[in-house]
Design a protein around this ligand. Structure first.
Ligand SMILES: C[S@@+](CC[C@H](N)C(=O)[O-])C[C@H]1O[C@@H](n2cnc3c(N)ncnc32)[C@H](O)[C@@H]1O
Length: 231
């Protein structure tokens, strides 16, 4: 029997989970989560099948389920802790909101080709997953013309420049027991995202900068939009 890997997202969002059960009244893409474009960056999702890749506690997905009218939104996250918190907070939004614990690459590969109209990630799985596996799987799971939108760091936390090539960094993390470990994070320059997305079959790629604002914990982000090409 193999031991499951430690859940490195065990701590994330836990304090807020204890105090804030509300469905957010806005959808934010920026690192500070207090400004910038909202759900409009996804296009009109009314009646569409939408997927959140690396949904965490599913606050963004819950907002869409309650304030917009997707036919269905799948909030997918690999972390058992994130899944449990999401189910506790927003399980009542089923069946429009479906909260699923899965690795997104496996999830997308198992989806019928073209099953999704829109996929998005807010500093989610796109930042932490081998791009040359995730992006082609996302393209195949989208219908032709379907949209992928994601926010991702424009530079490392602390200020170091994003990578000019497809190389991850090993960033600090903690196991549920408190042991210091690392996890992989991809922080890539704009033209690297464009190249990866083109290789994966996306077209109409655009990248906007979301300024981080002032303060020690802020960071600029990229908001990347791409459409699955016809094939
Ligand atoms: C920084 S959190 C962001 C969560 C959420 N999008 C938010 O804005 O609060 C990153 C999330 O991505 C998830 N994640 C990373 N890689 C993943 C993968 N390959 N499959 C599924 N989830 C993944 C982690 O479990 C974690 O919950």
């Amino acid at each position: 029997m193999t031991t499951p890997p430690a859940d490195l997202w065990h701590h994330y969002g836990r304090a807020r989970h204890a105090t804030d059960r509300a469905v957010p009244d806005a959808f934010r893409w920026s690192w500070s989560q207090d400004s910038g474009p909202g759900a409009a960056a996804l296009g009109d999702v009314t009646g569409l099948h939408v997927g959140d890749l690396g949904a965490g506690t599913a606050r963004h997905a819950a907002h869409l389920a309650l304030h917009h009218q997707p036919a269905r939104i799948d909030a997918v996250d690999a972390s058992p802790a994130q899944h449990a918190m999401a189910a506790d907070l927003y399980g009542h939004l089923a069946p429009r909101l479906r909260i699923e614990q899965a690795d997104v690459v496996s999830h997308l590969r198992a989806a019928a080709g073209g099953a999704y109209d829109v996929l998005y990630s807010v500093f989610g799985a796109v930042d932490f997953t081998e791009q040359r596996e995730l992006l082609p799987a996302a393209a195949a799971a989208l219908r032709p013309g379907g949209r992928l939108v994601f926010s991702t760091l424009a530079h490392y936390l602390g200020g170091a420049r994003a990578r000019p090539d497809v190389q991850h960094a090993d960033v600090p993390a903690r196991t549920p027991d408190g042991e210091a470990v690392t996890m992989r994070r991809w922080v890539l320059q704009e033209q690297v995202w464009s190249k990866l997305l083109t290789e994966a079959g996306f077209t109409r790629i655009s990248v906007a900068v979301l300024p981080g604002g002032a303060g020690p914990r802020t960071a600029d982000a990229h908001l990347v939009t791409a459409c699955r090409g016809a094939s």
